[in-house]
Design a protein around this ligand. Structure first.
Ligand code: ADP
Ligand code: ZN
Length: 622
């Protein structure tokens, strides 16, 4: 095992100091530390505890992997998900780090081997699930081992506040007492202050230094659009700019997941379903296919996601409204972990709002929790209806200020017009008031447009003064107006099964003409709009920005990577990230020495794959 994975790095006889930056360069093939990484690493190498809050893709792993290599002994990494461990271990082995995972999926023999390696000091990193770490037998075993550090990944799992609470995480509090002097580093991409506090308190990280990064993900493009013809919108989004790329499509219900996946397949897009109702084996197979196949679309409920470490997810689309802004940010955040451009699309409509409201109301949660959920939902709607930069609005919700509009969201790229909507708002609100505040948006629009149908006539609404006064807008425009009035707090959706719209107290000054309202003008064909954004997005699609010859070499390298990955049955990104392939394709190194400047090409990868890569490049040059 040592020979297979060992680097010179592991000649530890003199306990010589290994310099973090050298490890970053020779092992991982990265030139410089990014953001707070350098500071975190030196803090932990020196034995300090740390709490690290960094967005997905920010580079958390290096923060514990490098200190584990610098310090004597094995780094113990607590991670909640077995599937994730395997990939991480595979990726570490690729770069020559002696890593193993200890979990229930191992055979007895494999387990014995891992233990033997651990005892003999032949491991740099060991990944364990929290419940296994806490087994008395395992703790005793660790007592006799030399431990470099404890890394507690996905540390937000210790907090009941979040949605990923895992009771086993609570027990990790005793690590500090049982293993004094061993630094502990807790890491998460969940930022809210309540979770931060819980991590510090529950893991007894009283003296840990907190490293808080910006949560902005500049490489992700945000777009939010009215749900008009969702399937066609989705198709033009995928086929327009993301053909052949990996992506996730989120739907609310299992049935819709299945239908959408089947429909996409018929449209020639390689798509598979994933939801909690699928047979466990099939679910695993589909997840595995998503990780290992290039260019697969996974259509999923939110059951899919946490711990999806795939770095090259190029797009995330939501066909239904997520439950909160936090969920939206987390789900879209699964795109572009590798830092390359990625795109997101959220489709939403009034029906989504009504449905979400009802889900909260009908839920089991106590009243105060429901109120929090409602307000979280409203915060999300606020972002949907914002006329400005989405990223500014998003980050401000998370307590960060972005001084300038981002230039990489639909609000910035395709600004919406706003108009004086005071009169429109008055008409809409009086339609609700005059009809007794008991009707949903469809009927109110019928009244405004003066539609004589069974319901308007039966209720006598065709003789109201509001009947037919709204002909200056069409049906879609009115639904946009109603939605905005809800978001602005001027109307509310009743907590009944019809989704009746009612005027709120805040609507009074509007009706009396004392206060103006500005509304955004949603173009009535949002499909055209979605297409327009998708076409624009193509310009940032990284592969298509390459020169044709470079793109061809990129494809050839991709094929070689697939072959190598298959041989070892690991996901392709475990061999090389796309960014490495792009650098190879554009810089075309000619000798092994030229590889040192290529990101992601550490010593071990040069040894292993250098020759194969040079062969592809040489063939491509002809
Ligand atoms: P996280 O766990 O925070 O989501 P990862 O540790 O998986 O993020 O890192 C995300 C990506 O950034 C990976 O592709 C990784 O190789 C890359 N990365 C990490 N640190 C650096 C660095 N210092 N320079 C360049 N790339 C880096
Ligand atoms: Zn913007």
């Amino acid at each position: 095992m040592t020979d297979l994975y060992g680097l010179d790095l592991h000649t530890r006889d003199n306990g010589s100091s290994r310099v973090p930056l050298d490890i970053l360069r020779t092992v991982f093939g990265h030139k410089e530390f990014r953001g707070p990484q350098a500071e975190i690493v030196s803090h932990v190498v020196a034995g300090g505890d740390a709490i690290v809050l960094m967005p997905t893709g920010g580079g958390k792993s290096a923060c514990y992997q490098i200190p584990a290599l610098c310090r004597e002994g094995v780094g113990v990494v607590v991670s909640p998900l077995i599937a994730l461990m395997h990939d991480q271990v595979a990726a570490l082995r690729q770069v020559g780090i002696r890593a193993a995972a200890l979990n229930s999926s191992l055979s007895d023999q494999e387990r014995t081997e891992v233990r033997a390696d651990l005892r003999a000091g032949r491991l740099d990193l060991i990944y364990v699930a929290p419940e296994r770490l806490m087994l008395p037998s395992f703790l005793e075993f660790l007592d006799g081992a030399r431990i470099a550090l404890f890394a507690i990944d996905e540390a937000h799992c210790v907090s009941q506040w979040g949605h990923d609470f895992r009771p086993e995480y609570m027990k990790l509090e005793m690590l500090g007492e049982r293993f004094p002097g061993v630094p502990r580093i807790a890491l998460t991409a969940t930022a809210d202050p309540q979770t931060q506090q819980d991590i510090r308190r529950r893991l007894r990280l009283d003296n840990a230094r907190m490293f808080l990064s910006s949560f902005d993900r500049p490489n992700i493009r945000y777009a939010i659009t009215l749900k008009d013809e969702p399937r066609r919108q989705l198709l033009s989004f995928i086929a327009g700019a993301h053909k052949g790329e990996s992506g996730i499509v989120y739907c609310l219900s299992r049935a819709k997941v299945e239908d959408t996946a089947a429909w996409l397949s018929i449209q020639g897009i390689n798509a598979l379903p994933y939801h909690a109702g699928l047979d466990a084996a099939l679910r695993r197979r589909n997840q595995d296919a998503f990780l290992k196949t290039e260019g697969l679309v996974l259509v999923a409920t939110i059951a899919f996601g946490m711990g999806i470490d795939k770095p090259d997810v190029r797009f995330v689309a939501h066909l239904d409204l997520p439950g909160s802004l936090e969920a939206y940010y987390q789900e879209t955040g699964r795109a572009g972990r590798d830092g390359l451009p990625a795109e997101t699309l959220l489709l939403y409509g009034m029906q989504d709002l009504v449905l979400r409201r009802r889900m909260i109301d009908d839920g089991e949660a106590p009243e105060d929790v429901k109120r929090v959920e409602q307000s979280k939902l409203e915060a999300l709607l606020g972002i949907c209806e914002t006329a400005g930069c989405r990223r500014q609005a998003l980050l401000s919700h998370f307590g960060e200020t972005l001084a300038e509009p981002c230039g990489n969201c639909d609000g910035c790229l395709d600004p919406v017009e706003t108009f004086d909507g005071t009169v429109a708002a008055q008409k809409a609100i009086s339609a609700a008031v005059r009809t007794g505040q008991r009707y949903g948006v469809g009927h109110l629009i019928d009244v405004l447009l003066g539609v004589s149908n069974e319901k308007t006539v039966r209720q006598g609404h065709d003789s109201l003064p509001t009947f037919g006064i709204g002909k200056d807008f069409d049906r879609k425009e009115w639904s946009s107006i109603f939605r905005q009035l809800v978001v602005l707090g001027l109307m509310e959706v009743a907590h009944d099964s019809y989704g009746a719209l009612r005027a709120t107290e805040a609507a009074r000054p509007i009706l009396r003409g004392e206060k103006p309202v500005r509304l955004r003008r949603d173009k009535s064909s949002s499909l055209k709009r979605a297409l327009k954004t998708a076409v624009k997005a193509r310009a940032v699609d990284f592969a298509s920005t390459l020169a044709p010859e470079t793109a061809r070499i990129f494809e050839a390298l991709r094929a070689e990577r697939s072959k190598l990955a298959k041989e070892q049955s690991v996901p392709p990104y475990v061999i090389f990230h796309d960014s490495t392939l792009i650098a190879l394709a554009s810089r075309k190194p000619r000798t092994l020495d030229d590889f040192t400047d290529i990101p992601g090409m550490g010593q071990k990868k040069i040894e292993r794959y250098g020759a194969a890569v040079l062969a592809v490049l040489a063939a491509g040059a002809n």
